[in-house]
Design a binder for this molecule. Structure first.
Ligand SMILES: Nc1ncnc2c1ncn2[C@@H]1O[C@H](COP(=O)(O)OP(=O)(O)OP(=O)(O)O)[C@@H](O)[C@H]1O
Length: 307
């Protein structure tokens, strides 16, 4: 089942939390929704899952629209919301039975679905415990199990590994990868390594807009066309940043946090700033104490797009 998001916008009062975004996710893709805090990830997910109406725009799941077919869509989607709300007074098995019933799973199938979810999410040891007695990692597994109980074609997971320890993170990632072989999955995160490890494709969202869309390799190579240098320049009382920004080959200049005199210099696409930086220092009689090139990491791409 594919997802087509068309000119989707959500306003909270005057604030556009999601601002006219469009993208398509194909059947069977695992897509990471990456962005800093407040970028609009959860809001987008809430609209796709019909938990919140858009201000304008549409989302279509194959032929179904979030504007007219909310109930049908909810049956096709499994949703793990950001703060994983659970009925903590219930035992895991009872809670999963309750979720299966409200999702319309037939009575005859409920016991086997519960059994499958317990196996798949590694809940066997804890199956009769109350949810309030579970660790955070196990609660997250119950959240995943409830999202999948009705065997939906699409899974929307809002920060699925939040609060888990490193072992649990690896287990949940493995589980998501396994699920991704059969289902269309969107997961949100602000952790780059997470998205890189689990997703076929990455959408970066910033201030309500999609600012990048591609595989981690494509995103990296888009930025690799732009040289990144760290320079250290000693120049008493001079506006070094302004002078560097004035060079024809330079796109951005940022002081390096906590390191006086150091600047991070990003060149324009396919040009090098090394000679211009050197010539600038010579002409101004400044001391160029260091100039180092860097490989572009996904972190750099993310910083550049969301800063
Ligand atoms: N119910 C609401 N009422 C008013 N503003 C809201 C509401 N929900 C979210 N916002 C605002 O909309 C913006 C986007 O929020 P959203 O929760 O979608 O971001 P996010 O990318 O999921 O962030 P995080 O990674 O911190 O969870 C933020 O500025 C947030 O304060």
């Amino acid at each position: 089942m594919s997802i087509v998001v068309e000119n989707l916008t959500k306003k909270y009062g005057e604030q556009k939390a999601v601002n006219d975004i469009s993208f398509k996710i194909n059947t069977g893709e695992v897509v990471g929704f990456l962005g800093p805090n407040g970028a609009g990830k959860s809001t987008t997910m809430k609209m796709i899952t019909c938990y919140m109406a858009p201000t304008s725009g549409d989302v279509r799941l194959d032929e179904l629209s979030i504007l007219n077919e909310q109930e049908d869509i909810k049956k096709k989607i499994g949703y793990l919301p950001e703060n994983n709300p659970l009925y903590t007074d219930m035992a895991i098995v009872d809670y999963l039975r309750f979720c299966a019933e409200i999702q319309g799973v037939s009575k005859a199938k409920i016991p086997s679905r519960i059994g499958d979810m317990i196996d798949m999410c590694g809940l066997e040891r804890e199956r009769h415990k109350k949810i309030s007695e579970l660790s955070k990692g196990y609660r997250q597994r119950v959240g995943l199990a409830q999202a999948m109980i009705h065997d939906p074609e699409i899974l929307i997971l809002d920060e699925p590994t939040t609060g888990l320890d490193p072992n649990q993170i690896i287990e949940i990632r493995k589980l998501i990868k396994k699920l991704g072989k059969e289902k269309t999955v969107i997961l949100s995160s602000h952790i780059l390594s997470e998205v890189e490890a689990t997703c076929d494709r990455i959408l970066i969202i910033n201030r309500g807009r999609i600012v990048a869309d591609g595989t981690s390799d494509t995103l990296r190579s888009q930025a690799e066309g732009k040289e990144l240098l760290t320079v250290k320049i000693e120049a008493a009382d001079a506006d070094v940043k302004k002078a560097l920004l004035g060079l024809a080959s330079v796109e951005t200049v940022e002081p390096v946090e906590g390191k006086a005199g150091f600047f991070s210099v990003r060149s324009k696409p396919d040009v090098s700033s090394r000679k211009e930086v050197f010539d600038l220092c010579v002409s101004k009689k400044w001391y160029l104490l260091e100039m180092t090139g860097h490989e572009t990491k996904l972190e750099d791409v993310f910083r550049e797009l969301t800063n």
